[in-house]
Design a binder for this molecule. Structure first.
Ligand code: ASP
Length: 382
């Protein structure tokens, strides 16, 4: 139940939304805070929203920021953990959360947060813009205010990515345009909500609240999740997850062997963005290199570089070579979700077989429900 007054937490991490100058760079937190305070409806720490029933809703917001806001092209898995930790630290006092973020890697962060915030029971909305808030004509104010309204007035227990008119499931979204205001799409999953004159939530798509025993409503579960974040952060420097887009001729250069070779830290995960339904060249040198990597313990995910649709390893013989080399299907996960999920699972220190099994299970709605358990919800053991 939202508290009275409704309270939301807004974290400014950087991104175009808070940028100015030529070339664009993030403005410092204090400058962003005073700019935001001059926007219509803002009277810090209050934001007044006119909801559809025309009653004014006064929302109390907490604006927090990275000490040094960044262009999201510099985001790392450590930053994913940092954002998750800020949300957990502020969970008790806030009804919803908004993360202001650059668009370039927003889909990775939104995916990662959905895995890191296991047991999420309140809305987390990641947003940004194509044009800075500091420019007169922009998409920033609308994206920001709509995201704050979603965080304040809905109880969607998911990490969403809001952009233009749509709330996407965070682990399903992908950046599709460098210039259109409709900068994102969710090619394999329906929208959580649409924002026109009013905000329409699709209750049939939104996931159920987590059961009480794992819900972040409980202080004890938040404490466990924070401890898990510490463990994840400690594990991150010890491995890397590689993402390779296949291209015609990759077998000749044996690029995979080079990439999987003597790297420091060692590669423990490989997300292949293969052709079509998960197809790859059948060249022995290419497949042998993968086989050897798998024998050394590398988890190999057979994903697709095609924007829409799913991997189907049974469709063509050209996918079976990957299967024999030890690759598992990435089904219809976006490359961003697959990378974030594999990083998360490996950082938990689970045995390889468990990581491979969980990669193919539906944990947060990131892959088609048929591939996961009937209830589509699975919790990773502590
Ligand atoms: N380079 C920017 C970033 O991702 C782009 C954006 O925000 O739209 O931080």
């Amino acid at each position: 139940m939202p508290q009275d007054p409704v309270r939301i937490y807004v974290l400014y991490t950087g991104g175009t939304i808070g940028m100015d100058g030529h070339p664009l760079a993030p403005m410092p937190p204090a400058r962003f805070e005073s700019l935001l305070g001059t926007m219509p409806g803002f009277d810090p720490p209050w934001l007044t929203l006119q909801t559809f029933d025309r009653r004014d809703l006064r929302v109390r917001y907490t604006l927090d920021a990275f000490d040094e806001p960044i262009d999201s092209s510099s985001m790392t898995p450590d930053d994913w953990v940092r954002i998750a930790r800020r949300i957990l630290d502020n969970y008790e006092d806030h009804d919803g959360f908004v993360v202001l973020h650059g668009t370039d890697t927003m889909a990775w962060t939104a995916s990662a947060l959905s895995f890191l915030l296991e047991g999420l029971s309140r809305p987390v909305v990641v947003t940004g813009s194509q044009v800075p808030l500091a420019q007169t004509r922009n998409d920033a104010l609308r994206n920001l205010v709509t995201s704050m309204q979603i965080a304040a007035t809905t109880d969607i227990p998911e990490v969403g990515l809001f952009f233009d008119q749509a709330l996407y499931r965070g682990c399903r979204a992908a950046k599709v345009s460098t210039h259109a205001f409709e900068g994102f799409r969710s090619p394999n999953a329906p929208l959580l909500a649409t924002a026109g004159i009013s905000i329409e939530v699709d209750e049939g798509v939104v996931r159920m609240k987590p059961p009480a025993e794992v819900s972040l409503e409980l202080a004890d579960n938040r404490r466990k999740r924070l401890e898990r974040l510490d463990a994840i952060e400690a594990a991150l420097p010890s491995f890397s997850v590689l993402s390779v887009v296949l291209y015609p001729g990759i077998q000749a250069t044996n690029a995979v062997e080079v990439l999987l070779g003597a790297t420091e830290p060692p590669v423990r995960g490989l997300v292949l963005q293969a052709f079509g339904e998960g197809n790859a060249p059948s060249t022995p040198s290419f497949l042998d290199a993968l086989h050897r990597a798998h024998d050394r313990g590398v988890v190999i995910v057979d994903g697709t570089q095609v924007v829409q649709g799913s991997v189907n390893v049974d469709a063509y013989r050209s996918a079976s070579g990957l299967e024999h080399a030890g690759a598992i299907s990435g089904y219809d996960m976006t490359p961003e979700a697959a990378q974030a999920k594999l990083t998360y699972l490996l950082a938990l220190g689970l045995p390889r077989e468990r990581v491979e099994a969980l990669m193919q299970r539906n944990l947060r709605g990131e892959l088609r429900a048929e591939a996961g358990p009937a209830q589509g919800l699975l919790f990773v053991e502590d």
